[in-house]
Write a protein that binds this ligand. Structure first.
Ligand SMILES: *Cc1c(COP(=O)(O)O)cnc(C)c1O
Length: 357
């Protein structure tokens, strides 16, 4: 049966991307060698790294003065690496969920943290508004898409201090004005590639300003100077990211992707709002285009497990909501085909017909 993969991460990848990666695993550039057994310092891999960096810059519209890095350690290591490199005395954080909390917990190891606003009062089901970004901090940190709660910041903030963003789960899903950010990072495993590689986009002029000594591997400068090859990079995941970037370019780039993502999300949100059994958990103006969270209305709560089973029987995978929200979460990342969204909507309609009181 055809599977519809709504997993939150690692998540769906484009089929062609997977097939091209499989080919490269068997033989890279007709060399008779696998991508997995060639030197990262050889010309074949150097070309892969160069093209991945160039396409990343081109597709995201990254201006001069920024570096793109491919590192290990996941977004979680960036929670620590960011303050290590740029927090001198004080930083500001927007608390919009578990990932934001994990990020600010690490920052506290390096200095004072000002939580500018939080949506913890409503289990993070909205993006706070009307807050003021302080000017006496080294940077302001945000999580643009809150993967667990299905909320997303739909604008590029004007920040008086360097703006740092965890874009793990919405990178390349919408056009971003990179010039408004000093640093963008994320794990690849939601919208870009398999687990094992982390992207960092950093404006070089924010570096070199902290007083502490930074261990070599934790220092962005090390990785900038060595072109992400100070040590052996995650070669295979980087290759898959490159294939995703090539696919994105063939498709028409981030603007086109954004149109497709808006269309996909609208189909599902419309059904959630129309269907008498389900209700969305995020406030409407904070709804994410990438992670769509919904539960069963109170009078139908006892049917949640049954819907989960029904959906599985129709090939839906990864629909279970995060334990802190419950219900269902459909992750509609870039690579999820519109037909999968339609299949889920059909499933919800059928289930309503079977159970409507
Ligand atoms: C998944 C996720 C993370 C964690 O990424 P790792 O690569 O597992 O460390 C961090 N932030 C956000 C927004 C995420 O969605």
């Amino acid at each position: 049966m055809k599977k519809h993969n709504f997993s939150a991460g690692p998540s769906v990848l484009n089929r062609e991307v997977i097939e091209n990666t499989a080919k490269a695993v068997l033989d890279i550039n007709g060399s008779g060698l696998s991508l997995m057994e060639i030197s990262h310092r050889g010309k074949d891999f150097q070309a892969i790294m160069d093209e991945a960096v160039a396409l990343f810059k081109e597709l995201l519209g990254i201006p001069e003065g920024y570096q793109v890095l491919f590192l290990g350690g996941g977004a979680s290591l960036q929670f620590c690496m960011v303050p290590y490199n740029i927090l001198n005395k004080k930083a500001a954080y927007l608390e919009t969920g578990v990932w934001a909390k994990k990020a600010l917990k690490e920052a506290k190891l390096f200095g004072e943290v000002n939580v500018v606003a939080s949506s913890a009062d409503k289990n993070f089901n909205y993006i706070p508004k009307g807050f003021t970004i302080p000017t006496d901090v080294d940077y302001f940190h945000i999580t643009t898409n809150n993967t667990i709660y299905g909320t997303e910041i739909h604008e590029d903030y004007n920040s008086p201090v360097p703006l740092v963003a965890d874009m793990s789960s919405d990178i390349f899903s919408r056009p971003v004005d990179v010039s408004k950010y000093a640093l963008i990072y994320g794990g690849a495993q939601k919208n870009l590639g398999p687990a094992g590689v982390t992207f960092v986009v950093v404006r070089e002029d924010i570096l070199g300003k902290v007083e502490r000594t930074i261990p070599t591997m934790m220092n962005y400068k090390t990785h900038i100077d060595e072109g992400s090859m100070f040590n052996t990079p995650p070669c295979l995941p980087i290759y898959t990211c490159l294939e995703t970037l090539r696919w994105l370019k063939r498709l028409g780039g981030v603007k086109k992707m954004y149109e497709m993502n808006k269309a996909k999300a609208a189909i599902l949100y419309n059904e959630i709002d129309r269907n008498s059994l389900f209700v969305g958990t995020a406030e409407k103006d904070s709804r994410s285009l990438m992670n769509i969270c919904f539960v069963m209305k109170d009078e139908y709560k006892e049917l949640e497990e049954e819907f989960q089973k029904y959906a599985s029987s129709k090939g839906m995978v990864g629909l279970k909501g995060h334990r802190s929200v419950g219900g269902f979460r459909a992750s509609t990342y870039n690579a999820l085909p519109a037909e999968s969204v339609q299949a889920l909507v059909d499933c919800m309609k059928e289930f309503e017909n079977m159970h409507k009181k």
